[in-house]
Design a protein around this ligand. Structure first.
Ligand code: ADP
Length: 264
C-alpha cells in the first residue's frame, strides 16, 4: 500500500544475528503534513492584510498629529515585526517542501566579502569585521539559500555583540570538508540553551531578543538550509566572551578552485 510509511531499524546482535524492527509511522507523517500545510496557509493568509495595514500606516504623516507620534511609531515597528515573522514562516515552509536544490558553484572569496559588507552595514561600522580564507575550495549548493543562512548568522553576531566588538568570518577547507564560521565577541549563550537554539521561536531572553528585532526563526532557517545541503550547525559559546556558529560541510560539497585561464 503506497499510503503506508514504515520506519525500519536493523539491530545487529550476537555477531551474525539481527533484528528488524518495523514501525508504522503513516499517521505521524500525515499529522506532520497537516501541521506544515496549516502553518503555510496561515502565514500566506496573513500576508495580504498585513501588507494593507503596513501600507496605510506608512501613509499617515506623524507631523499631522504630533500627540500620536509615539503610538504611530510603535504601530509601525510592530507591523514590520509581524511582516518579518510571516515572511520567515513562509521561508521555513518553502524549505520544508523543497526537493532538489540547484548545485551552483559558490566562490567563498566573493561570499565572505559580501557577508563582510553586510556586517559592516548592519553594525553601522561600530564593530571590527574581518575575514579569513584558509583553503581554496569553493562550495556546491544553492547560492540563494546558503547566502540567506549565512546572513542570518552574521546579523545575529551583530545584534548580540555590543558596539566595539569583533566579528570574524572564516572559511576553512581541506580534503575532508569545509567549515564556515561566524565568530563574535558578544554576550555569549549559557550552555543549557545551546541544544534548543535552532527550535522555532526559541530565544534565550525573550524581552531582550525582541528589542534586538529578531523573529526567533533565524537559526531554525539556518538549520533547514544546512540539512538540505547534508551539512550541520555547530555552536560553541561562552557567556560574556562570545559565540562561534560553524556550518560544517562534507567533502562531497567541495569544488576544486577553477584553474586560471592559461596565458596564450
Ligand atoms: P532571533 O531572531 O531571536 O535572533 P534566532 O533563531 O536567530 O532568533 O536565534 C535564537 C536565539 O539564539 C536568539 O534569540 C538569541 O538569544 C540566541 N543567539 C543567536 N545568535 C547569537 C549570538 N551570536 N550571540 C548570542 N546569542 C545568540
Amino acid at each position: 500500500d503506497e499510503n503506508v510509511r514504515l520506519s525500519l531499524r536493523l539491530i545487529r546482535y550476537a555477531g551474525d544475528r539481527a533484528l528488524l524492527v518495523a514501525r508504522d509511522v503513516s499517521q505521524l507523517m500525515r499529522l506532520e503534513q497537516v501541521r506544515r500545510d496549516f502553518v503555510a496557509n496561515v502565514s500566506h493568509e496573513l500576508r495580504t492584510p498585513l501588507t494593507v495595514v503596513h501600507g496605510y500606516l506608512d501613509m499617515i504623516e506623524p507631523e499631522s498629529m504630533p500627540e500620536y507620534e509615539p503610538i504611530l511609531h510603535e504601530l509601525r515597528n510592530q507591523s514590520r515585526r509581524m511582516t518579518q515573522i510571516v515572511e520567515d514562516l513562509l521561508t521555513l515552509s518553502r524549505l520544508e517542501a523543497q526537493g532538489e536544490l540547484p548545485q551552483e558553484r559558490i566562490s567563498l572569496r566573493s561570499l565572505l566579502e559580501a557577508l563582510r559588507r553586510e556586517a559592516v552595514a548592519l553594525s553601522q561600522s561600530s564593530h571590527a569585521v574581518t575575514t579569513e580564507l584558509i583553503g581554496k575550495h569553493d562550495l556546491s549548493g544553492s547560492t540563494k539559500e546558503l547566502h540567506s543562512a549565512f546572513s542570518n548568522l552574521v546579523s545575529n553576531a551583530v545584534r548580540y555583540t555590543p558596539a566595539g566588538g569583533r566579528i570574524t568570518l572564516r572559511w576553512e577547507s581541506d580534503a575532508n570538508g569545509g567549515r564556515l564560521s561566524v565568530i563574535d565577541t558578544g554576550q555569549g549563550i549559557a550552555p543549557q540553551h545551546l541544544p534548543r537554539l535552532t527550535e522555532r521561536f526559541y530565544r534565550v531572553s525573550t524581552s531582550r531578543s525582541r528589542e534586538t528585532g529578531g523573529t526567533g526563526l533565524g537559526l531554525s532557517i539556518v538549520k533547514h538550509v544546512l540539512q538540505l545541503h547534508q551539512a550541520h550547525l555547530e555552536i560553541r559559546s561562552e557567556p560574556g566572551v562570545g559565540s562561534t556558529f560553524t556550518c560544517v560541510f562534507g567533502r562531497e560539497r567541495l569544488l576544486e578552485p577553477l584553474a586560471l585561464a592559461e596565458a596564450p
